[in-house]
Design a protein around this ligand. Sequence first.
Ligand code: A4P
Ligand code: MG
Length: 175
Amino acid sequence: MTVPEVRAFLGLGSNLGDRLANLQRAVDLLDATPGIRVVRTSRVYETAPVGPPQPDYLNAVAEVRTTLTARELLDASLEAERALERVRAERWGPRTADIDVLTFGADHLDEPGLTVPHPRMHERAFVLVPLLELESDPPLPGDRSARDLRSDLDPDGVRPFAPPLDTRAGAASGR
Ligand code: A4P
Ligand code: MG
């Protein structure tokens, strides 16, 4: 029996070390995980930090197709973060790689340690600008729609930095 694939979006961030290489490595690690295919990513943006003073981030959003459950996708993301030797020193503090599960199909989940859509995604231009590049009407927390947000989305501090990250899917199609 074939397990149907779910389309999910992952938020990627890095503000320590070689930030672009960290994001690429995160994509490669996710793509190498059985049950996850990274289809494409947004462009890479350089973004002003939200939270305590810290270096600017690079952020991007990856579109994946997965046969995993949402929980398994989160675990794979945390595993990739660990592989990138993320130092969990302070909440909202600097990190080599942060991977958030933004959406999982059209599901709304609120379980211990797993809330989807990501509860703060609609407040954050560093998530929304790259996400809206890939999907014009993504699931959002509560009953919000992207149309409601666009008017008060402040893209200041979210600057294009690099083209989309490499994916096997992109390489196969000659991109
Ligand atoms: N968790 C629950 N739901 C989810 C989900 N949908 N995706 C739990 C990922 N994790 C989820 O995460 C803590 C726990 O949240 C996880 O173990 C998981 O069970 P964490 O990554 O260790 O904590 P954190 O990231 O330090 O805190 P938090 O509140 O998740 O922070 P955010 O929201 O991830 O923000 N500024 C810019 N410009 N760019 C950034 O990327 N990132 C942050 C971190 C702050 N400022 C930023 C950026
Ligand atoms: Mg996080």
